[in-house]
Ligand binder design. Sequence first.
Ligand code: CMP
Length: 139
Amino acid sequence: ATERTFSIIKPDATRRNLTGAVTAKLEEAGLRVVASKRIHMTKEQAEGFYAVHKERPFFGELVNFMISGPVVVQVLEGENAVLRNREVMGATNPANADEGTIRKTFAESIEANSVHGSDSLENAKIEIDYFFKPEEIVG
Ligand code: CMP
């Protein structure tokens, strides 16, 4: 089925001017960018977005990294978009990511791993709603 998922191009990627290169990988995977904006998250925004991880030992570092520079938040649309996006991103840790994936190609570390993508259709909806108003999404 046609789905929408949520993606973040993280500060390590925007810093290295890889917004277009990352987006090209998404498009090559059959995903369509139906909303996109470059933002610099506040601490509160990043903490709220990653609230499910707040008990993890890396939470503080993760939040600091995510506010260390601009990010590009995107809504991606396509057939099985949630799974497709996860496949093209590759494993969280770039050391474990398959050849050709975004993280294998571009990521610096498990934290500075270039992209975030929703892990389920349910979370995709929550995450899209966290950053986008309905009228900002143009399918
Ligand atoms: P993301 O998909 O954005 O979801 C949570 C993020 O936490 C993850 O990508 C990584 O960037 C980060 N992360 C996960 N595990 C670790 C870890 N062990 N150390 C540091 N950061 C991590």
